[in-house]
Design a protein around this ligand. Structure first.
Ligand code: AMP
Ligand code: MG
Length: 483
């Protein structure tokens, strides 16, 4: 034991940190160390992501790796901090939130030239913890790891998972559960709520510094707040169109969970639908369906209106800015519509969809909704004879398919293979993985991770079980925010 300790103390964890957020005005964060935990143990590491970040993947299997990714050992060059932000939660204004259980270790510039945050989530209390314990338990850590890495493999902008560890400590929720920490990687953790925090306090110096930082980091071609707003709206509209194309329900589209970089962030109560119903809601706390599948584009525009509002104080002519920014937000539905048409056009093998194709798409979706067809498998098998098995009203499907045949592109099969995943991280599979994880068996986690990170690969004997839709009794229809 003693030798082992000496060994990891002697090992230098080489992460090429290059931190910029820590140099912003001090009211934007609080310097905060993670709180050490008893007995960290590695669950998973992501060598491909490490390589992208410019970190030698050998670091992930270094003797002290679990200590680093649990927050016990701070690598050289890190400047750990908790970020402050505010946000509208389910429409209600909350003037101060912040990293209540996360610590930003620092930033690295990857081999692709992109700067990214490395953050520990579940790393202990901060000044923004409110009544929370600052911790996470194994279930949500496994869920976020699986779903964020699946999302990346599906081609959708998202935060990612570099590592996950158990802490050897217990976390108290409705039950006693094993604690865990996930190392999250994001283009940044700046949110719409970060802008709202400084705007609502009238802290123009911080608001300006934040805006300059975000433009330099994420939107270098933007010439000021108006351009920034346009570009954020475009990215967010495209992001939501991508979610819709996968039957993904984010579940908690609060403004503090809207990444300013246009990435999917916060995988608490999210879910991929099995059978298609546009009003689907999985989150146990979303009583009124504010964040239901079909509401996501509208809520997206609402969130962009909040972002626009937060930028107004930076504008010299307030009235003119209100007019311009209102117009920018009102352009979002058309931008979204174009992105949606592209996404669903590709799902039907239509290379250059035109507005008239909208009817063809929505008719299929209507048939799917009526008959409760499995969202993923209907699209994945659309060109095969199995597709009509998803429908009760097969005549209606056949009639639709005749019109579809006339419209699809010559290379439809290739387009569709890249637009329609065979495998998504279905809720019942994630739940089974977590149940096994609680029994100390991580093998199902790793098997599911392998399957969901190759979502467009043709099915094999090994992966086919992950593509099967759950039976009614297997379906998991609620996710809990007890994260
Ligand atoms: P979320 O619902 O995950 O977006 O979290 C909303 C806010 O609650 C954020 O400020 C989180 O940091 C904070 N929070 C969530 N869970 C905890 C926890 N267990 N301890 C401290 N803060 C938390
Ligand atoms: Mg959040």
């Amino acid at each position: 034991m003693r030798f082992w300790r000496r060994d990891w103390h002697g090992f230098k964890m080489q992460i090429p940190f290059d931190n910029t957020y820590a140099k912003l005005p001090p009211q934007m964060f609080t310097a905060q160390l993670p709180t050490p935990v008893k007995a960290p143990q590695m669950i998973a590491t992501n060598a491909a992501l490490a390589a992208l970040l410019g970190i030698d993947p050998a670091v992930l299997s270094a003797p002290n790796a679990a200590q680093v990714f649990a927050g016990n050992h701070i690598p050289d060059g890190a400047s750990p901090l908790a970020q402050v932000y505010a946000g509208h939660q389910f429409g209600n204004w909350n003037p101060q939130l912040g990293d209540g259980r996360a610590v930003l270790l620092g930033e690295v510039v990857g081999t692709d030239g992109i700067r990214r945050d490395i953050q520990l989530k579940g790393s202990g209390p901060t000044p923004y913890s409110r009544r929370g314990d600052g911790r996470a338990w194994l279930g949500p850590v496994m869920r976020e790891y699986l779903v964020s890495e699946a999302m990346h493999a599906l081609g959708v902008p998202t935060t990612r998972a570099l590592a996950a560890v158990t802490t050897g400590e217990r976390v108290y929720r409705e039950q006693i559960l094993p604690g865990a920490v996930i190392t999250r990687v994001a283009q940044s953790h700046i949110r719409v709520g970060t802008f709202q925090y400084f705007a609502s306090r009238g802290d123009l110096a911080a608001l300006q510094a934040l805006t300059d930082h975000v433009i330099a980091r994420h939107y270098p071609t933007a010439k000021g707040p108006a351009d920034l707003l346009d570009q954020v709206i475009a990215r967010y509209a495209a992001l939501i169109a991508n979610w819709m194309g996968l039957g993904f329900i984010h579940g908690v589209m609060n403004t503090d969970n809207v990444s300013i970089a246009g990435e999917t962030i916060d995988y608490g109560p999210c879910a991929f639908m099995d059978d298609f119903h546009p009003d689907s809601v999985f989150s146990a706390i979303d009583q009124y369906g504010r964040y239901a599948y079909a509401n996501q584009p509208g809520i997206g525009a609402w969130n962009m209106a909040q972002f626009a509002t937060a930028l107004i104080p930076l504008m010299p002519d307030r009235d003119a800015a209100i007019t311009d920014f209102t117009a920018a937000v009102h352009r979002m539905p058309a931008i979204y519509e174009a992105a949606w048409l592209k996404v669903f056009g590709a799902k039907l093998g239509i290379a250059d969809p035109i507005a008239e194709d909208r009817a063809l798409i929505t008719e299929l979706l209507d048939l799917m909704a009526k008959d409760g067809a499995d969202f993923t498998n209907t699209f994945a098998n659309l060109a095969s004879p199995q597709a009509r098995d998803q429908f009760i009203n097969r005549d209606a499907f056949d009639a639709w398919a005749v019109r579809w045949q006339q419209r699809r592109s010559e290379d439809a099969a290739q387009i569709m293979a890249l637009a329609n995943p065979q495998i998504i991280p279905r809720n019942h599979l994630i739940e089974a993985v977590i149940t096994a994880g609680l029994d100390g068996n991580d093998a199902p986690f790793h098997a599911l991770l392998a399957a969901v990170t190759a979502p467009y690969a043709p099915l094999s004997e090994a992966t086919a079980p992950y593509a099967r839709a759950p039976s009614k009794s297997e379906q998991v229809t609620q996710t809990f925010c007890g994260t």
